[in-house]
Design a protein around this ligand. Structure first.
Ligand SMILES: Cc1ncc(C[n+]2csc(CCOP(=O)(O)OP(=O)(O)O)c2C)c(N)n1
Ligand SMILES: [Mg+2]
Length: 770
């Protein structure tokens, strides 16, 4: 980490003002200057930006080292763009097009913004928490010899105070404490306002205790230097100020110096011990604006003093909308200056009309060299990094032998084979699971590759020679990161590990396992990981009602639909072990391919008879989403379409019906997600003149135009029912459309109409209805 260098405070203050101006102007331009073609509100958050500019100036132009990474509070995006505008890494055109198509994004986006965005943000809380996991991944890479000590950085989150209500922050805090996480700064823009109102006071007395309990250092930056001197000289005034509730203080900030004077006179005494007569109203307002988060000296000092690796929470007191006409007003979250207010504020900021986009407008000749020197120094540290792909060689993965097996068991065996064989892929795999390592079949892998702990933990049971199938010793070169039961953390860990190529120039192959229904627990974090184009393999097992006696709340119904609607995540649902091996091989390739994506494997604990193959012709089709496991006759009138764990029922029904229904086909769907994507992509391509049919169109055109499809999945029937729309064929969709209950497979399949009888009935109905 770079040592802090003495920085010209005056230059930093000028940069703070520049950021304040440019952020507000960018938002103003988008709302009031640029033509609005559709009448939709454009928006932006001038007040939320204004409370952060001092903090961000101190951070970016002083405290950040080359390897430090920052998650910026989403609605302070314009400040980040303004910083890069000053650094010449953002264009005026993109700022003029803020919130427009292809312009600077409303919230910082790794993939869509042209500036280097370390972490996308938008859904509050997630950007905060991912920094903890990125720091863990940094430790992981360093411990595995994949990162030089000199390349280590600090992970910084800039947080809104109301954002601290997001529970996922505390899940990450607890997990981080277990792993002794370090090199973290979380900086709270404590403006005491949320979106709707002023924030509740009570909790803010407690945050320091919560963080300290987890081993964090808490630094409160309540007063700026000037305010502190004034308050220290007048203990009564200090007590008065400290006791002001959030709403009262915000209202006074809004009302200004006159109201402050009247209030102090009323609450203390006419001249408050001689204090009031030292200030006119403007000076009084300015003094009380000197909170810690707006005082450059205080921020620089605090950052310089926190150069060790202890995780640190900074509570920086600020004013929402500082310096703007609606400063402190409880409704200012989406407040925008109107053109008259903006014109007056422009003059007050010393910016001439026509010079609004001048990066260094209003800076005098004396100050300019200092400011330019700071900008130059910062430029080097904020370059956009290349994404690292093409680092892993992925071997052919063989399917485990066995006439009967479940996809879950096969997954464990394939990983075990990789672990035993060793090699580059094995070394880049990092597995993680929220307390379901054993029950998702990662146990054998962990026995081989062990748990990761920076400081190592002995396996007491092994030491005491107590028999156990799980050898849980932890070392700093282990490859499994065990998490507590917090699924949101799993996805943030996958996001952090899945960005290791982007962040640290070292691609990892992260694998996360959990129970299929609990994907929903971490869904926003999963979406967040995909939004950032993190690359990983998610293995969810057991799934569906096929887990039988386990039943109840462990049954998953809709994850295939979730996957169908989730960009950046490819759903595969294998029925057989050889399909699974091919999918895992593909998933590893996709992780390391610039045009790849993440993969979600929905697996089952049901052991089923494996299909006999004559050759490999199924493989390519299966990887595209479906293949004819029993070819239909030309123009056949019906087909059975099955997916995953219920393929044995589909096979049995096919055997039973094939004599009565000539040409009856059996289609094995391995990815409704890929089929659907291919279908809509082919439609889009047709508008551009390319008439190539999609994979699903090709498969289904083997059947007659009026053919009937009976679809069957251990999932919501809508996962496959849409297939009828592809060529206008009729569909009888079988699947699970109610919450399930416990039972044997035979009972459950009968009750939920997933058995051979249901298929036979559905085929008959389709044929009769022709
Ligand atoms: C998960 C989520 N819920 C709701 C929102 C909408 N939202 C955006 S900012 C905000 C209030 C944030 O207040 P605070 O964190 O204090 O930030 P400030 O603007 O005051 O700096 C809300 C509710 C969101 N972006 N993400
Ligand atoms: Mg706030």
């Amino acid at each position: 980490m770079l040592k802090p260098v003495a920085t010209d405070i005056e230059a930093l203050k000028i940069l703070d003002e520049r950021l304040l101006w440019l952020a507000a102007w960018t938002i103003h331009n988008a709302n009031h200057v640029r033509e609005n073609v559709d009448g939709l509100k454009v928006g932006g958050h001038q007040a939320s930006c204004a409370s952060m500019t001092t903090i961000m100036a101190a951070l970016y132009f002083h405290a950040l080292g080359r390897n430090d990474r920052v998650a910026v509070k989403p609605h302070a995006g314009p400040v980040l763009h303004a910083i890069h505008y000053l650094l010449s890494t953002q264009s005026r055109e993109a700022l003029e097009n803020f919130r427009g198509f292809g312009g600077a994004q409303s919230y910082p986006s790794r993939t869509k913004d042209r500036i280097p965005v370390d972490f996308s943000t938008g859904s509050v809380g997630l950007g905060v928490a991912i920094t903890a996991f990125s720091s863990l991944i940094q430790d992981y890479l360093a411990a595995h010899g994949m990162l030089d000590e000199a390349d280590r950085g600090r992970f910084v989150a800039l947080i809104g105070d109301a954002e601290l209500d997001e529970g996922n922050i505390y899940e990450a805090l607890i997990e981080g404490a277990k792993h002794d996480v370090r090199n973290l700064w979380w900086i709270v823009d404590y403006n005491r306002q949320s979106l709707d109102a002023t924030s509740a006071d009570r909790m803010f007395e407690r945050f320091d205790e919560i963080f300290q309990a987890c081993g964090w250092r808490v630094v409160e930056l309540r007063y700026g230097k000037r305010l502190k001197i004034a308050l220290d000289a007048n203990p009564k005034l200090k007590s008065w100020f400290d006791a002001l509730p959030n709403a009262e203080l915000s209202a006074l900030h809004y009302q200004g110096g006159g109201a402050l004077r009247t209030r102090i006179e009323a609450d203390l005494s006419k001249d408050a011990g001689g204090f009031l007569k030292q200030y006119d109203d403007a000076a009084l307002a300015s003094l009380f604006t000197d909170l810690g988060g707006h005082c450059m000296e205080s921020l620089v000092e605090a950052f310089d003093a926190a150069q060790d690796d202890v995780p640190t929470l900074f509570m920086a007191w600020t004013i929402k909308g500082r310096g703007l006409p609606f400063a402190g007003h409880k409704d200012n979250h989406s407040g925008l200056m109107n053109p008259t207010q903006m014109a007056a504020w422009r003059q007050a900021m010393g910016v001439s009309e026509g010079e609004e986009w001048e990066p260094l407008a209003s800076i005098g000749d004396n100050a300019r060299p200092g400011v330019e020197a700071l900008i130059d120094r910062t430029r080097i540290a904020r370059e956009k990094r290349k994404r690292a792909f093409g680092q892993m060689s992925v071997p052919v993965l063989a399917a485990p032998a066995g006439e009967e097996q479940s996809t879950q068991a096969a997954f464990g065996k394939i990983l075990l084979d990789i672990a035993k064989a060793g090699g580059p892929l094995a070394d880049r795999i990092v597995t993680t699971s929220p307390d379901v390592t054993v029950s998702t079949n990662l146990g054998a892998w962990v026995n081989q590759r062990r748990l990761f702990r920076r400081n190592g933990i002995a396996d007491v049971f092994a030491r005491e020679k107590i028999a156990s199938a799980q050898k849980w010793s932890s070392t700093n070169n282990g490859q499994h990161i065990e998490l507590g039961i917090a699924e949101s953390n799993l996805f943030l860990m996958l996001a952090a590990a899945g960005l290791s190529g982007d962040m640290f120039d070292q691609r990892l192959a992260p694998i996360g396992t959990l129970y299929d229904p609990f994907i929903a627990r971490g869904l926003d974090a999963l979406n967040y990981a995909c939004y950032q184009d993190a690359r990983f393999l998610l293995v969810a097992t057991p799934s569906g009602i096929t887990l039988g006696p386990e039943g109840g709340a462990h049954q998953s119904i809709n994850p295939p639909l979730i996957a169908l609607g989730q960009p950046g995540l490819r759903h595969y649902e294998p029925a057989f072990a050889d399909e699974l091996a091919a999918m895992m091989e593909t998933a590893f390739r996709l992780i390391d391919d610039p045009n790849g994506e993440s993969t979600y494997l929905r697996l089952s604990t049901r052991s089923i008879r494996q299909v006999e193959r004559e050759n490999d012709s199924w493989r390519e089709d299966a990887l595209q989403g479906a293949y004819w496991v029993r070819e239909p006759g030309g123009g056949a009138e019906a087909a059975i379409v099955g997916m995953g764990a219920v393929m044995p029922e589909a096979f049995a029904a096919w055997e039973e019906l094939r004599e009565d229904v000539p040409g009856l086909g059996l289609l094995s769907v391995t990815s409704p997600d890929l089929l659907h994507r291919g279908w809509t992509a082919a439609q889009a391509a047709r508008w551009a003149g390319n008439r190539e049919p999609s994979h699903v169109e090709r498969l289904l055109s083997r059947l007659g135009r009026n053919a009937g499809l009976v679809t069957i999945a251990d999932a919501a029937p809508a996962s496959l029912s849409w297939l009828g729309g592809v060529l206008g064929q009729r569909v009888a969709p079988l699947g699970v459309d109610r919450f399930g209950q416990t039972g044997s497979l035979a009972d459950l399949y009968a009750a939920y109409r997933l058995d051979g009888a249901a298929i036979t009935e559905a085929v008959a109905e389709l044929l009769l209805g022709q």
